[in-house]
Design a protein around this ligand. Structure first.
Ligand SMILES: [Zn+2]
Length: 251
């Protein structure tokens, strides 16, 4: 079996603060009324077609505890526990850390280790797009857009009014983010500087013959010239499926 690759995106609730004034310079928060928590996650396994969502109202606990994400965190913990590689946009700085902070707050131990691929880092490393937001990358590459949303109003309807219609809207929005993430990843992955070698997650006897691409595992690869890497001249290969250039055995 190959690596279990998980695309994920989460939506979180805003911190609720108290303040003596609504406008600067006296608008500092004087105390926190409610900390942030996770509202929902959308995810897709690379070997499956559908994007799924899990949200607070999916759990019976929501009926009495509208802002308690313990059971949602347990479901996310299970996903991460299963994953070998987790792909998210800005995931290294936001999603993964935000999830971790909610996991520890809710008393969970770390999930089993997984590698991360951050599409924001790939984009920053390889391109000079005017904006590295997922919505913009999707637009440049004609892979689709994020769904427009009413921003703060939608979050208020979800977090404070518990409006089922707003939850539905947010689900659609969150789902589209992961669908777009997966499409953008497919386009930009051959440009990644240190993409994990997917073949290494497969038992040696299960590896395909030939010289498979480390990025997409396709065996449709060609040997093209020589590259100098790790102080050696090595065969250079090109993946005909995804376009990744990679080095092979010493010449
Ligand atoms: Zn490839």
């Amino acid at each position: 079996m190959g690596p279990k690759v998980l695309f994920i995106d989460i939506e979180t609730a805003p911190v609720i603060l108290a303040s003596w004034a609504t406008r600067p310079p006296y608008a500092d928060a004087v105390y926190v009324l409610r900390d942030t928590y996770i509202l929902m996650a959308s995810y897709k396994w690379a070997d499956e077609r559908t994007v799924k969502t899990i949200a607070l109202p999916d759990f019976p606990r929501y009926r009495r505890h509208k802002h308690d994400d313990t059971h949602l965190c347990r479901a996310i913990h299970k996903l991460l526990d299963t994953a070998d590689i987790c792909i998210a946009h800005n995931g290294d700085a936001f999603d993964v850390k935000k999830i971790n902070s909610r996991l520890i707050t809710n008393g969970f131990k770390p999930p089993s280790p997984y590698k991360t691929i951050d599409t924001l880092k790939i984009s920053r490393g390889a391109f000079k797009f005017d904006s590295n937001k997922l919505d913009n990358i999707g637009r440049y590459l004609k892979e689709g857009r994020k769904l427009p949303n009413t921003g703060a109003a939608l979050w208020k309807s979800v977090c404070e009014d518990h409006d089922p219609k707003a939850w539905k809207t947010m689900r659609r929005y969150c789902k589209q983010d992961t669908a777009l993430l997966a499409r953008v990843y497919e386009r930009i992955k051959p440009w990644a500087k240190n993409h994990p070698d997917m073949g290494l997650y497969r038992a040696y006897r299960d590896r395909p013959p030939g010289v498979p691409c480390p990025t997409c595992e396709s065996t449709n690869t060609q040997r093209r010239g020589v590259i100098v890497k790790l102080k050696m001249r090595r065969h250079r290969h090109h993946c005909q499926a995804c376009g990744t250039w990679f080095s092979g055995k010493p010449v």
